[in-house]
Ligand binder design. Structure first.
Ligand code: AGP
Length: 607
């Protein structure tokens, strides 16, 4: 959730860290802080608010530094709870992502030992534990402190007695080391590194590292001991400009507009016209293993879960394999039965969502086979799964996910096609799907051309305090995702329902003040859908119908939003894109911070 940046080298650390934190603000934006180590000793500046609000004191000099943007877990967002946290003797500074589960016990022990705690946070305990360790090295002190901690962390530590280094450690929260020219960087997200270096090493859970200007050393923490460990360094093929908003007023708008190019990328090289199938080399499954799959279970969180539902429906329709999606955040708590002939699919933009990662680990622990549909290359979920489909959406910065979700959908379509073609999906149906997939980028362009009309509709929806989003079967996850996007950035109450279920309760809420956005594709359910919408109109409920040009709404009093039709299996994603634009313009009209909605953060790395 929160963002960590660290630097050690020959330059002044603070400006570099602030720049990095600005690029990480999407990961948490309650409060901000920086600590530097220099001739003046350890100095800290921190406060509640955004990075741009942080004023550094004069002579805030040092060539070693760490910084943090916070998403509050323990204690409100205020100046004292902001990171870095400093030990009572002023020697140790710590920034931390994750949650220390036994913080209450540690806090009580520290108080008993006479330590005066200054914040409400779990992280502060770490600063005191490091300071109180009697180990000779900073690495030893950090190891001893972490040995007392239950929970998750990505942590960076500086100490006034060890002027040349930062020690970092990971357990469940990402940390990436960036290798520079006689300087080293560390960050919780590539976005903070790419301006300085694309040569990186991903720290794994259970690892620690020491960063000095001349390089880094990695250690495995095993049995309470530190053992040096070699670490692969890779140079990523990344364009730093892809992390910039450029001329766009927000990342979300930029990312919505990038969808035609993003879908072209996820399809590139994966469609096999000759055999009417999809080539998915990353699955590492031969035809015999693929045929043996009896069930598909998709796991993701939030919008990824809703796209997972869309994916399950495609897999079931096209491959005729029973498939469903489940919220990864709930999965492992119901002690799930893991079946050997089930293909588990973890879906995640960031690849760092802790609930999804823990679900993957639970499946693997019980001997299940799990693949990942992940956007961020080398992320924790991708590495834990070991095989899967990379989504190639490019960096997604806005908290509200758009292009990554679209590419998840296309990823599922490719998987459904691949599974279908080793089973009973005919070559003509395979070709039909491939043609449909190839049409997607231009059809998305077409939707984007109608942004002005959607802005006008969104303006009216933004005035409502409460809205329904409804759809049936393939349209229901579209409605769920539409409601999610709308509430996430407009802060309006937006509730998704199956159109067929309205009459069993929610119809009581319909009134002229409660608009309904209805998903009505041209499919076998169109007539029934339109019938149910008459029940809303009859009760004075304003209607926006997102539909296909061929659908006849008859006398229905509704604003219609027409979306180009593709094959029925692929229609949901085109319908979803128009809902993204509605949500975006509603939030814009309401004057909200589009990219940093209140209370949220880009990657949810705490349970
Ligand atoms: C999407 O708009 C949301 N911000 C959120 O629901 C997100 O999809 C969810 O947290 C999962 O994230 P992931 O794809 O990075 O795992």
């Amino acid at each position: 959730m929160c963002g960590i940046v660290g630097y050690v080298g020959s330059q002044q650390a603070a400006p570099l860290i602030l720049e990095g934190l600005t690029r990480l603000e999407h990961r948490g934006y309650d409060s901000v802080g920086v600590a530097v180590l220099g001739a003046g000793g350890l100095r800290v500046a921190k406060q509640a608010g955004r990075v741009r609000d942080l004023e550094l004191p004069k002579r805030f000099a040092g060539r070693v530094g760490i910084g943090h943007t916070r998403w509050a877990t323990h204690g409100p967002a205020n100046d004292t709870n902001a990171h870095p946290h400093v030990s009572a003797d002023g020697a140790v500074a710590v920034v931390h992502n994750g949650i220390i589960d036994n913080a209450a016990a540690l806090r009580a022990e520290l108080v008993d030992a006479g330590v005066e705690l200054t914040s409400d946070t779990d992280t502060e305990t770490l600063a005191h534990l490091v300071a109180r360790s009697e180990a000779d090295s900073l690495e030893g002190k950090v190891r001893e402190a972490l040995a007392q901690v239950d929970g998750t962390y990505g942590v960076a530590v500086m100490h006034a007695d060890f002027l040349d280094r930062i020690v970092v450690a990971r357990n469940g929260s990402p940390l990436i080391i960036g290798v520079g020219e006689k300087e080293m960087h560390v960050a919780s997200d590539l976005a903070a590194l790419v301006r300085y270096t694309t040569t990186v090493a991903h720290l794994d859970d259970g690892e620690m590292a020491t960063l000095t200007a001349s390089g880094f050393t990695t250690y495995a923490v095993a049995g309470g001991q530190l053992g040096e460990k070699s670490k692969a360094v890779t140079t990523l093929d990344i364009d730093p400009d892809s992390y910039e908003a450029g001329e766009h007023s927000s990342y979300m708008h930029k990312e919505i507009l990038e969808q035609p190019a993003a879908t072209e990328r996820v399809l590139r090289g994966r469609l096999d016209e000759r055999f009417a199938t999809a080539h998915l080399g990353g699955l590492n499954m031969d035809a015999r293993e693929t045929r043996a799959i009896r069930r598909v279970k998709i796991l993701g969180c939030g919008s990824a879960y809703y796209v997972g539902q869309m994916g399950a429906s495609m897999i079931e329709e096209l491959a005729r394999i029973p498939a469903d999606a489940e919220a990864a955040s709930e999965f492992r708590y119901r002690n799930p039965v893991i079946e050997p002939d089930t293909l588990y699919v973890a879906v995640s933009q960031s690849g760092e969502t802790i609930d999804t990662l823990l679900a993957v680990q639970e499946i693997k622990r019980k001997g299940g086979r799990v693949i990942g549909l992940v956007n961020v290359v080398g992320s924790a979920v991708a590495r834990e799964c070991g095989s899967g489909i990379y989504l190639h959406a490019g960096p997604e910065v806005a908290v509200a996910s758009t292009k990554a979700l679209t590419n998840m959908y296309v990823g599922f379509a490719l998987l459904a096609l691949h599974l279908g073609r080793v089973r009973d999906l005919s070559i003509s149906d395979g070709r039909r799907l491939i043609e449909g997939l190839n049409r997607l980028p231009s059809q998305i362009e077409e939707i984007l051309k109608h942004e002005d009309a959607l802005r006008e509709v969104a303006g009216r929806l933004a005035d409502a305090e409460s809205l329904f989003f409804v759809g049936r079967v393939r349209g229901y996850p579209v409605a769920r995702e539409g409601a999610q996007k709308f509430k996430e950035i407009s802060y309006r109450h937006a509730e998704a329902y199956q159109t067929s279920e309205l009459k069993h309760g929610p119809l009581a809420l319909i009134s002229p003040d409660v608009p309904t956005v209805a998903i009505v594709p041209d499919d076998e359910l169109t007539d029934r859908n339109v019938g149910a919408l008459h029940e809303i109109a009859a009760r004075g409920g304003p209607l926006v119908v997102v539909t296909h040009p061929t659908v006849d709404l008859g006398e229905l009093a509704a604003t219609r939003v027409d979306v180009p039709a593709n094959e029925v299996e692929l229609d949901p994603i085109l319908l979803t894109i128009s809902l993204q634009i509605l949500a975006y313009h509603a939030a814009l009209k309401l004057g909200h911070d589009i990219d940093k909605p209140r209370n949220l953060a880009k990657s949810v790395t705490v349970e």
